[in-house]
Design a protein around this ligand. Structure first.
Ligand SMILES: Nc1ncnc2c1ncn2[C@@H]1O[C@H](COP(=O)(O)OP(=O)(O)OP(=O)(O)O)[C@@H](O)[C@H]1O
Length: 238
């Protein structure tokens, strides 16, 4: 396995992570023992067929969901003993997440969706910063629109602006270009990689796009709840 680093350089560490969901006969083993170290500042693409467990792994690594077994630590903090409040506090401002289903608040405008989390974090430049982030994703003209008044791709871009606005140490994105045309998709990816470089952030992207995967430092392939290959992009032949 690639990715064995000094403890201080590790952004994410997972050991024998398992996830089982459902009860009785419907109980399914979704993750079957994942071991993974991701270095600070590294970019990692997760590829694999539908249902292989990519989103489930991201949910656990980002702290949105609890593993059934094993250990997960982010930036040296062990998630296991933390209660929900402590976990939320540990993640706030340090972990940015862009999910497939955006999770925008329907009663807030695009600007408020990005600014309010910053405000809750105690930043007094929340609205100015949110406006800048929305301009960076090409939505300067949609600040006062509500999610229902935005296209899927525009909602995607609001979700990305919201995730990157606090300058997180670790950025997770689940198929960030899935709803975007090719040109907008490339622009969004440039923003994600730009942020990663500028902040020395760690970037983890689930994608079905091999070209996007190749822009990452490292590519992980999943199959049936397991990591079946883990390669540095520089070692992959063209
Ligand atoms: N709450 C649940 N109860 C039971 N099974 C679930 C639940 N959530 C997800 N699964 C199953 O877990 C497996 C992995 O799902 P996951 O969404 O992690 O896959 P994925 O690789 O991200 O797929 P995709 O590329 O389609 O998004 C799937 O077979 C899915 O049906």
């Amino acid at each position: 396995m690639h990715g064995t680093f000094d403890a201080a350089d590790i952004a994410i560490r997972a050991r024998n992570v398992t996830l089982s969901l459902g009860t009785g006969e419907a109980r399914t083993e979704i993750l079957k023992g994942i071991d993974l170290d991701v270095a600070r500042g590294e970019s990692l693409a997760i590829l694999g067929p539908s249902g292989s467990g990519k989103s489930s792994l991201m949910a656990i690594l980002s702290g949105l969901e609890r593993a059934s077994g094993g250990e997960v630590s982010i930036g040296g903090i062990d998630y296991g003993p933390l209660d929900e409040d402590a976990l939320a506090r540990a993640r706030r401002g340090r972990v940015g997440i862009v999910l497939q289903s955006f999770h925008l608040l329907p009663t807030m405008t695009a600007l408020e969706n990005v600014a309010v989390p910053l405000e809750l974090d105690g930043r007094n430049d929340a609205f100015a910063r949110a406006e800048k982030e929305l301009e960076a994703v090409g939505l300067g003209h949609r600040l006062t629109h509500y999610p229902a008044q935005l296209s899927g791709g525009e909602q995607q871009r609001v979700a990305i602006a919201r995730a990157v606005a606090p300058g997180p140490d670790i950025l997770f994105a689940d198929e960030p270009t899935g709803n975007l045309d090719e040109k907008t998709g490339h622009a969004i990816i440039d923003i994600l990689f730009g942020r990663q470089k500028a902040n020395g952030a760690t970037l983890i992207i689930i994608t079905h796009d091999p070209t996007l995967a190749r822009r990452c430092d490292r590519i992980l392939h999943m199959l049936d709840g397991r990591v079946v290959s883990d390669q540095r992009t520089a070692d992959i032949r063209p």
